[in-house]
Design a binder for this molecule. Structure first.
Ligand SMILES: Cc1cc2nc3c(=O)[nH]c(=O)nc-3n(C[C@H](O)[C@H](O)[C@H](O)COP(=O)(O)O)c2cc1C
Length: 368
């Protein structure tokens, strides 16, 4: 869909998925405020080439933080329609990021107060916020999904993808990154199953690939992207994987065979930090997603104007995704292209609250 547009554009900058926790209650609905926020960042010249929506739970059990807008009810579809119409009205494109948090949740956010579900019954640690005041609680002990329950979860992703089309999204991105449900199945240090969804790499990849196949069947491969984060696996005890190169290289090969439009690779969580071994993994993924015969490689995580330019010019990726800088610079692409100063972001307004810190960021001054 956008290969030709990407290759003709010297600043192919995308907006990363960013949870902002401002869904209206009850019902976790996207509102006019969401429409305004995304439209501000959708300008075809100055905003993102493609916007990835904030992570959007596909089912009630997929929620793990307060006030994240879902895509599992008709009212949510109606809310998202406002967003896609506003983005399209200014000439932009928006994909919906499909999310299931798995074990990163608290019983108070789960249907009927049930334990969150996962690949495992082991608690992953960490905290989440459970109300509008930002009260933080330790994540609850999960329950391992039964093998017989997994097809229904795959179906929830497919149905959510169908609802995204109804809501007018240009496509969907499957959230396979950052420690959530798909990654809980994928990583050898988390997945302790002995059934057909565990054990060998094929077993551990099975859930992710079934979700991708179901989504591709529903919306088409050219409207499907997939986010991975091949980091944190060596050092992080909670997210360990014994062979990151093999795990992510093989997964990328399988996804590329499905001819999905792009792979979105979270390469870092902070500016200037790249894990040892990451470059080999990225090069391996680049072979699978060459941006020519195969889908695009979209790089993200800790990029600056300089490192983005370097990565694009060297052919390491086809586009670069920016997260935090897009929060405080709605016209980020113009600022990068014209080398204008960036407004610094403010962590205090990342999550919860209203318009403040969401829709009130200034555009760069017009040049004389
Ligand atoms: C406030 C905030 C919310 C985020 N929400 C999501 C999300 O919903 N889905 C996701 O995949 N990543 C999420 N991330 C990670 C970003 O997409 C991105 O990978 C990260 O910010 C690093 O990129 P950056 O250095 O350009 O900000 C979030 C990050 C921040 C700061």
């Amino acid at each position: 869909m956008f290969k030709s547009a990407i290759h003709e554009d010297s600043w192919p900058i995308w907006m990363a998925p960013l949870t902002r926790s401002r869904a209206s209650q009850p019902g976790n609905l996207p509102t006019e405020l969401h429409a305004e926020y995304y439209a501000q960042r959708a300008h075809p010249e100055n905003g993102a080439v493609v916007i990835l929506s904030e992570a959007t739970p596909v089912t009630p059990a997929g929620h793990g933080y307060f006030a994240t807008p879902g895509i599992h009810t008709p009212e949510q579809v109606t809310g998202w329609k406002k967003v896609t119409q506003a983005v399209h009205a200014v000439g932009g494109k928006i994909f919906c990021q499909l999310w299931h948090v798995g074990r990163v949740s608290h019983v108070s956010l789960q249907p009927e107060g049930q334990p969150p579900v996962s690949a495992t019954a082991v608690n992953g640690g960490g905290k989440t916020y459970i109300d509008a005041d930002g009260t933080r609680k330790a994540v609850s002990d999960p329950r391992a999904l039964l093998e017989s329950e997994i097809p229904a979860v795959v179906e929830e992703f497919r149905l959510a993808a169908a609802r995204c089309m109804e809501a007018g999204f240009d496509g969907v991105e499957i959230h396979g990154a950052n420690g959530y449900l798909l990654e809980q199945f994928l990583r050898s240090g988390i997945n302790d199953r002995t059934d057909g969804y565990g054990g060998s790499l094929d077993g551990r990849m099975r859930f992710s690939l079934e979700v991708a196949e179901a989504v591709v069947r529903e919306v088409g491969s050219d409207r499907t992207g997939y986010r991975i984060s091949p980091i944190g696996g060596e050092a992080d005890g909670q997210r360990h994987d014994h062979n990151m190169l093999e795990t992510y290289g093989t997964l990328a090969d399988r996804l590329a065979e499905m001819k999905i439009a792009f792979i979105d690779v979270v390469e870092s969580f902070s500016v200037g930090v790249r894990e040892e071994g990451l470059d080999r993994i990225c090069a391996r993924i680049r072979e699978a997603f060459d941006g020519k015969e195969r889908g695009l490689y979209v790089a993200g995580g800790g990029y600056t104007r300089e490192t983005a330019r370097e990565a694009l010019d060297s052919g390491k990726c086809d586009a670069v995704m920016f997260g935090r800088d897009f929060i405080s610079n709605p016209d980020l692409r113009r600022r990068l292209r014209e080398d204008l100063p960036l407004t610094p972001w403010d962590r205090k307004s990342f999550y919860l609250g209203g318009a403040e810190g969401l829709t009130d960021w200034p555009l760069a001054e017009e040049k004389e």
